[in-house]
Design a binder for this molecule. Sequence first.
Ligand code: HEC
Length: 153
Amino acid sequence: MTTATQRNLLLRKILFAAVLALVALSIVLAAREKRTWNIPDGAKQRKNPLQPSAAGLQAVRDLYMENCAQCHGATGKGDGPEATMYDPLPADLSNRPFNAGLTDGEIFYQISEGKKPMPAFKRRFTEDQRWQLVFLVRSFAAPPPAAAAPVKK
Ligand code: HEC
């Protein structure tokens, strides 16, 4: 082999490796894109204007069962009857770290705007209904009463 063809071969190998790296990078980025919500700062900082109440939670539970439970499941675990039809899978709303890591404003925004395959609910529900849903989402992650109180033997 002449040095020219050798150099040519090396160049092609480098090019091939670069293309592979680019393909791998775009797959990783696409996967990450699916999981990130781009929530504007102003929306993050919004505070829930309502006070949590048992009556409010009870009222919004019906909305949840009709509009969210098919994906997120009756207890928010992300195990609704239609859940497996979607990619990404519906989020586990009972996941405590997830819940603790989000502000009320962020959850409100997520419910309002949706993100494929989750629909947007800002036209379907009033602001108050969406803020009540924020309380409900939070309640899914609350520790069960049995875990909160030590069991006496
Ligand atoms: C068609 C199925 C579907 C329905 C109906 C649906 N969701 Fe979702 N939801 C999803 C999916 C899928 C995600 C995850 C999206 C992502 O992370 O890219 C999600 C994410 C969320 C998140 C964000 C969780 C996180 O990890 O940040 C919240 C909060 C939420 N949904 C609440 C609701 C509420 C409340 C309703 C009803 C008003 C609802 N969803 C209805 C599919 C659904």
